[in-house]
Design a protein around this ligand. Sequence first.
Ligand SMILES: Nc1ncnc2c1ncn2[C@@H]1O[C@H](COP(=O)(O)OP(=O)(O)OP(=O)(O)O)[C@@H](O)[C@H]1O
Ligand SMILES: [Mg+2]
Length: 315
Amino acid sequence: MTDLLECSSLSKRYGNEPPALDEVTFSTETRGIFALLGRNGAGKTTLIRILATELQPTSGSASINGMDVLRDTNRIRQQIAVMPQEARLVPWLTPRQTIYSYLLYRGFGRKEAASKVRDALEKLGLGQYENVVNRRLSGGVKRRVLMSTILATDARILFVDEPTTGLDPLIRADLWATLRELKRTHFIFLTTHYLEEAERLADRIGILENGRLLTLGSLGELRAGMKYQVSMRILNGGSPFEPKVGEVFKGEDGSTQIFTSEEDADRLTEELVKEKRRFSIYPISLEDIFYYLVRRPIEEDTRKEPRENGDRHEE
Ligand SMILES: Nc1ncnc2c1ncn2[C@@H]1O[C@H](COP(=O)(O)OP(=O)(O)OP(=O)(O)O)[C@@H](O)[C@H]1O
Ligand SMILES: [Mg+2]
């Protein structure tokens, strides 16, 4: 059996709305971290809910390690744990009671559940809160309690929908360390709006837009699939700079960013040095790729031009 997450022409429509997922087809290994990115409403949570067997697709199919999301729901449910985007803790329970009762619900015996609770709370540095009622915890601590709830299970496949939203930078970094350690033994499917988080953590990245998968691959593969691999940013103002090669983007702050190929970057560098401009030069970041793939088609759509990047990288 192959260790793959596979989706084939997966579509989901809620009522008569435009499809939330539109013929999504891809396969990716179920190891390490897979980060799914996309704007609000792109369809990320819908995809997670279908894979977690909470929601049925309108058409198409999906499977995890050969288990079909429609036929093998019980087997899938035993092997996964899900942290939903909108998960809420029962306000009058404590973190310890929360995790303990969830483990009993998942079929663990009392003794085993109790020791797992202790380990899970320790792992996320929540020992001091174990007996404080949930309603008195801060938002960030609540998210960590939810995270430790799914870590306490034996599930090796984790779906975490925006696990770091609302966390302060230090706690987010702690959670990154936890996820990095976990990915040695678990498959983690996460969604995030923090592109830097995906860049740092993910082994593979997918970008959804309007229910369609725009691209999927490692950061290196995503870069290689782009028309331009280099990003140059002009740091000092003066007269507008119109390069002869590459493509210019104007930032909201008035800054100029130029995307260009590696060959043209040298020529452009000479040009900029001659003009006495200060500039930075980097391989394109995930943020650049995201903007290029997601924003450009939107701009083009509004200008009624054909979409150039629509499905180029679908796997
Ligand atoms: N239960 C529902 N009933 C009707 N429409 C829904 C339902 N859930 C989601 N949608 C719609 O489906 C589309 C995709 O929503 P989804 O929650 O999957 O997006 P998302 O990528 O997770 O967004 P976000 O980043 O805001 O969490 C949106 O247009 C949303 O309004
Ligand atoms: Mg969502």
